[in-house]
Design a protein around this ligand. Structure first.
Ligand code: GTP
Ligand code: MG
Length: 452
């Protein structure tokens, strides 16, 4: 219709990597604020989204980014705590993120969550670059605050440069072992065929201009078509987190990736018992350059357009699931929208069988990721659900015929006390972990033990 307004939305950038490799610090550096300082134990507690407008990016990137070369409005970064699977970042048909930054500590190299991130990036075919972080910790490094990386490398001694290169080529080797051809970003011509490695320091800001330049360039060059949306249409989004917000009860931290959500909209959200239809009570938003998780006082807004993070207050959200779809009803057919959400929920592919293990996970995305890992290993699943491990899960697990299947794999969820007691009593083994492949590895070891 003539009312639709096609605009380019902000590309969504997921920042991923192993615990402590510097995801939050990198975003901090970009934001120029100090979220890390306020975090207990420097651990990111919740997923947050940070919108960085183009003019801020071009200020940081200096001569590397000319804002007139770009017509994308900026970048929306999503920080993911290392202990939390970022597989929550899903949307219809795959990954919520258009692009990703895989943060790797140059000294530490590839670690369990780096590999987990790579697996999911591969599976969802999300283009990514590698930020080789903490270059300032290389022995003898002479910091040059906020300098583009090639410039600061030129200013280092030969010995330091060779140490840095050695580390960087180790990373490139590890990427290659994982099936990705990679090189220093300035040597990459085709970012679709090759992974660019950007050496950076969140501590000194070195290489941050390069990182932002590469991200803007990538978005502009390869994703513009997908960024074209009808910004005024009924909003579509993904639940990142379901949590209590003082004065508002259960709320949703969400990313809206298409259209607009308004404070007077009715929404349909994926829930444990199927779609939830509810009226928005308030839209709460962090100001630009701030994060949902750091805001104490939320600003109420009338509408939020894609792509952006928003906290949604509405009744009946207790059953909503992280990773589930959100759709605005507005003038659309109610039954049709409910059917869409239902369909999207059922698309979450977990093939269950009559015999197998029980899987419990914190989000739909992590459930999906674990199930696909188990499937690859030909481990059958009897029940797969989001939520805490309850006695009824133990009751299901104990019906398995194979002793190796009398097991519950719990990913980032609580195990209720009575469930734990019952499991012990009934000979059901519990596996708990926050890293998918460690969870599965723990189970594999157990199977080997039984079979021996
Ligand atoms: P999680 O959210 O727990 O997964 O960690 P993270 O990846 O967000 O790491 P975070 O940014 O919290 O950084 C972890 C520690 O590394 C902090 O003590 C940072 O100060 C430090 N750090 C991060 N980046 C750099 C860097 O470039 N150089 C140096 N020297 N230290 C860094
Ligand atoms: Mg963090």
């Amino acid at each position: 219709t003539t009312e639709t307004e096609h605009t380019l939305r902000t590309p969504i950038v997921a920042v991923l990597g192993h615990v402590d490799h510097g995801k939050t610090s990198l975003l901090d550096r970009i934001r120029g604020s100090a979220v890390t300082a306020g975090e207990s134990g420097a651990i990111t507690q919740h997923i947050g989204a940070t919108a960085v407008p183009l003019d801020v990016i071009s200020n940081i990137a200096g001569e590397l980014v000319d804002p007139t070369d770009f017509d994308l409005p900026g970048l929306l970064f999503i920080d993911t705590p290392g202990h939390h699977s970022f597989s929550t970042l899903r949307s219809r048909g795959g990954a919520l993120a258009d692009i990703a930054i895989l943060v790797v500590d140059v000294n530490d190299g590839f670690q369990p969550q780096t590999l987990e991130a790579i697996d999911i990036l591969k599976r969802t075919q999300t283009p990514f670059i590698v930020a080789a972080n903490k270059i300032d910790t290389i022995a003898g490094w002479n910091p040059n605050e906020n300098m583009p990386v090639q410039q600061t490398m030129d200013a280092q001694s030969e010995r330091v440069v060779s140490r840095v290169n050695e580390k960087l080529y180790e990373l490139i080797g590890e990427l290659s072992d994982n099936g990705f051809s990679a090189d220093m970003y300035w040597r990459v011509q085709n970012f679709q065929a090759n992974i660019g490695v950007v050496p950076v320091s969140a501590e000194t800001g070195e290489g941050i201009p390069d990182l932002l330049t590469v991200m803007m360039g990538l978005s502009q060059r390869y994703m513009k078509a997908e960024m074209e949306i009808d910004a005024t249409g009924p909003g579509v989004g993904t639940v990142l987190e379901v949590k209590d917000t003082q004065g508002f009860g259960t709320t949703l931290d969400a990313i809206i990736y298409d259209g607009t959500i308004r404070a007077d909209d009715t929404i349909v959200v994926g829930g444990l018992q199927g779609p939830i239809v509810t009226d928005v009570r308030a839209l709460l938003r962090p100001r630009p350059l701030e994060e949902i998780r750091t805001e104490k006082q939320f600003e109420q807004v009338d509408a939020v357009a894609a792509a952006d993070g928003v906290k949604i207050a509405a009744p009946d959200l207790d059953d909503a699931i992280a990773g589930a779809p959100i759709r605005v009803l507005r003038d659309r057919d109610r039954a049709e929208v409910i059917a869409e959400v239902e369909e999207e929920l059922s698309e979450i592919e977990v093939t269950t069988q009559e015999e197998g293990v029980v899987v419990k996970a914190d989000t739909l995305g992590s459930l999906e990721a674990i199930s696909s890992t188990l499937e690859e290993e030909e481990i059958p699943i009897m029940r797969a659900e989001v939520g805490a491990v309850a006695p009824r899960d133990v009751r299901v697990a104990e019906t398995a015929n194979e002793p190796t299947h009398r097991a519950i794999l719990a990913f980032s969820v609580e195990v209720l006390d009575d469930a734990r007691r019952l499991a012990e009593q009934e000979g059901v083994t519990l596996f708990e972990d926050d890293v998918i492949y460690q969870l599965v590895e723990g189970y594999d070891d157990h199977v080997t033990e039984i079979e021996e």
